[in-house]
Design a protein around this ligand. Structure first.
Ligand code: BES
Ligand code: MN
Ligand code: ZN
Length: 496
């Protein structure tokens, strides 16, 4: 999908769908008024008669006299005094969904009219690009899929109509929204791809492809290479599977050679059966999504590459399956991590932390400015926070605060959770330096505590995306989160 900015009269624009927002009091913005005048008041009459109040409800008006667009799509922003970020997002999501199901191949948004409340035009454009692209996402299978649905036409072109000229900040914001959206699409594709296609090798190949496309250095270690590094904890998870593990290292060098990089670490368990501590059968298919942290790292690399951000970023992805077999790690086994610390594996289903801990130790060699790991780490995080925010843990409260605020801005929220020393004692083991589980209380916190033992002395945040990386049920599918949050952080660091 291509986005552009245009400063033309909305009523004169030839497009598949001209999108106009309106508050529930029926009052139109400047662009809406121009369209209304061109239709001799028909737009406002139809809005007053037929449009419902709730934000996100739509009214599609084909072939309005005096308007060049094939259709005018009116969307409600709800009540003016209740107006907030959420109303814009739900309105745009509804528009995107409608457009995706329509035959329109192009659309134009009366963007200036969407600016309301506390947010400015750049925020509105970034949000609009992200929301529209996201709502029109379609999973494309590399295998046949007979779903019987008629192929709707693809929305290819979206114009953002402005009153007056746009400045650099406005243009940059639109580019950011589009880049974030295209990163999210990659993350969603990888997440949705079944585990028999999305193997560790496939993740590595995807990284290499990104490397070719954007001139990134990409290193890939195989089982022998991982062993040579000394990642005994990571390898203990791979032991049960015939599928080859991979350790993937991506280097994005947009900044000065000496500038300390941000390191992103993504959990890449391409299928989590639980191993010998096997999971119950129901819903186990969703454990193909256990590589969404890795996919979000790749999606973020795509986004920052498209934006050519002037910073240095390293991506680390430990990728493996977690399966039971005669060679699998057993409960009670003790493994030695890259850090030298020993771990008693009391539950082979707590495997995410076992692969991440070695990657976190590996991160130290880059002398990072900050490290963020992203992982579908614990079911307990869903119990604590549900599906709205990701869990956010950090050894630096200011850093946590910064990420939490950025998440609020970009609509990809995270919530700061405690990482107090008090929880550490739950990880005590009689037979090793630590156990890999901390019992039932505060499962997402003890998982983060486990990781904290491998973070050396760098600034670190951990995002538990178990509740946010994908949706279950009728809408089953990857969400592309937290690519918006990660990319927003890197954009902020780059001073854009
Ligand atoms: N990948 C799962 C976490 C998960 C479960 C994410 C359900 C999303 C939905 C992780 O590897 C896991 O199995 N964690 C265990 C940890 C426990 C054994 C301490 C869990 O959450 O049950
Ligand atoms: Mn598990
Ligand atoms: Zn897992």
């Amino acid at each position: 999908m291509e986005f552009s900015i245009k400063a033309s009269a909305p009523e004169k624009l030839k497009t598949g769908a001209l999108v106009v927002p309106v508050f529930s009091d029926g009052a139109l913005g400047a662009q809406g008024l121009a369209i209304d005048a061109a239709t001799a008041g028909q737009l406002s009459r139809l809005v007053a008669r037929d449009l419902e109040e709730k934000s996100g409800t739509l009214l599609a008006l084909p072939e309005l006299p005096g308007v060049a667009a094939e259709r005018v799509l009116v969307v409600s922003l709800g009540k003016r005094d209740e107006f907030a970020d959420k109303a814009v997002r739900s309105a745009l999501a509804a528009v995107g969904k409608w457009l995706a199901g329509s035959r329109a191949t192009s659309a134009a948004l009366c963007a200036t009219d969407f600016v309301a409340g506390a947010r400015d035009l750049p925020w509105t454009l970034r949000t609009a690009a992200q929301a529209l692209f996201d709502a029109t996402y379609q999973y494309e299978a590399p295998y046949g899929k007979k779903d019987g649905k008629s192929q709707s036409k693809r929305l290819a072109k979206v114009e953002m109509l402005l009153v007056g000229k746009s400045d650099n900040a406005t243009k940059a914001a639109l580019a950011q929204g589009a880049a974030i959206a295209s990163g999210m699409a990659l993350t969603r594709d990888l997440g949705n791809l079944p585990a028999n296609y999305c193997t560790p090798t496939h993740l590595a190949d995807t990284a290499k492809k990104l490397g070719k496309q954007y001139k990134l250095k990409v290193e890939v270690f195989d089982r022998a290479g991982i062993e040579k590094i000394g990642m005994g904890s990571f390898l203990s998870v791979s032991r049960g599977s015939h599928e080859a593990p991979r350790f993937i290292v991506l280097h994005y060098n947009g900044g000065k050679a000496k500038e300390a990089p941000v390191v992103l670490v993504g959990k890449g368990v391409t299928f989590d059966s639980g191993g010998i501590s096997i999971k119950p059968g129901e819903g186990m298919d969703e454990m193909k999504y256990d590589m969404c942290g890795a996919a979000s790292v790749l999606g973020t690399f795509k986004a920052i590459s498209e934006l050519a951000l002037p910073i240095n970023v390293i991506g680390l992805i430990p990728a493996t399956e977690n399966l039971p077999s005669g060679t699998a790690t057993k409960p009670g086994d003790v493994v030695t991590s890259l850090s030298g610390q020993t771990i008693e594996v009391l539950n082979t289903d707590a495997e995410g932390r076992l692969i991440l801990c070695d990657a976190l130790t590996y991160a130290e060699r880059f002398k990072p400015a900050a490290v963020i790991d992203i992982a579908t780490l614990t079911g307990a995080c869903i119990i604590a926070l549900g599906h709205h925010p990701s869990g956010l843990f950090s050894n630096d409260d200011t850093f946590a605060r910064e990420l939490q605020d950025l998440g609020q801005d970009c609509g990809d929220r995270a919530w700061h959770m405690p990482l107090w020393d008090d929880y550490q004692e739950q990880l005590k083991s009689n037979f090793a330096d630590m156990a890999n589980i901390g019992g039932r209380p505060a499962g997402s916190v003890t998982a983060a505590c486990f990781l904290s033992r491998f973070t050396g002395n760098y600034k670190w945040a951990h995002l538990d995306i178990a509740g946010t990386a994908w949706k279950s049920g009728a809408e089953k599918g990857a969400t592309g989160r937290p690519v918006p949050l990660l990319t927003s952080y890197l954009i902020a660091r780059a001073g854009r």
